[in-house]
Design a protein around this ligand. Structure first.
Ligand code: SF4
Ligand code: SF4
Length: 242
């Protein structure tokens, strides 16, 4: 998931200065899980902006409709074409990924070119839940976790050491940089031992090929068969009795 937090309301209001009509777009993916841009947060933002004298249009994508997944979000954005035509500015309550996907749909599919402003700060790829999430991956493009017992040294170690520990590890196994934090390489070594791969600690990890981190990355994949996948999801939800 994309970890995220909402921008301070003062910053959002400043960005809307001089704009009367605002289309607020939420996201049914990570922004719903993080309570930054789900249906309820869109409602709350609409109430605040209405109180500040704005004309508000709400485009709240329902749960599981990711703003960053063009086939889904395009359907909803098109349903609200008139709202986007009439607004002065779009306020995106999603991460930058969702914002740019929606911006592209508006620009290229609907030829609606309007200012678009982020209400959210994206904070990195995170895992966990339901209430605590932690950044887990830097999306380096060359995963080494097969050698590090399933623990990411780039994210867990403040120095991002591919070969560790650094020599500063504390006697209690805590990190030199942050004494509240376990040393990543202490964790890696302990887990390697548990899975019978302790010898890997002596293997030198070659430097990453950072050319794989050139941005923006582009991926070409087979499009999803939405009917098939939504049908499966429906069956699973029914089987869980939700
Ligand atoms: S090594 Fe770490 S940053 Fe790189 S892909 Fe794996 S988890 Fe992500
Ligand atoms: S003590 Fe461990 S986690 Fe901390 S910087 Fe050194 S190797 Fe990295």
């Amino acid at each position: 998931m994309m970890g995220q937090s909402q921008k301070p309301i003062e910053e959002i209001l400043k960005s809307l200065n001089g704009k009367k009509s605002v289309a607020i777009v939420g996201c049914g993916g990570c922004s719903t899980v993080f309570h930054t841009g789900g249906v309820e947060e869109v409602d709350e933002m609409a109430e605040i902006l209405t109180g500040k004298g704005k004309d508000v249009k709400k485009v709240a994508l329902p749960f599981a409709v990711f703003a960053c997944y063009q086939p889904f979000s395009s359907m909803f954005i098109k349903q609200h074409k008139k709202d986007f035509e009439e607004c002065d500015i779009i306020l995106m309550m999603s991460c930058g990924d969702g914002l740019q996907t929606v911006r592209q749909i508006l620009d290229e599919e609907l030829s609606i070119v309007k200012p678009i402003y982020p209400a959210i700060n994206a904070m990195g790829v995170s895992g966990g839940g339901p209430n605590i999430f932690m950044e887990k991956c830097q999306a380096c493009g060359e995963c080494v976790m097969g050698k590090t017992a399933g623990i990411c040294p780039l994210t867990e170690c403040p120095k991002g050491l591919l070969n560790g520990p650094c020599g500063g590890t504390r006697p209690d196994g805590k990190c030199e940089v942050d004494s509240d934090k376990d040393c990543a390489w202490h964790l890696i070594y302990n887990r390697l031992k548990k899975i019978g791969e302790a010898d890997k600690i002596n293997t030198f990890n070659e430097p990453q090929d950072w050319s794989k981190a050139l941005r923006p990355r582009v991926f070409e994949i087979e499009p999803l068969d939405l009917h098939k996948h939504l049908g499966r999801t429906k069956k699973v939800i029914e089987s869980l009795g939700i």
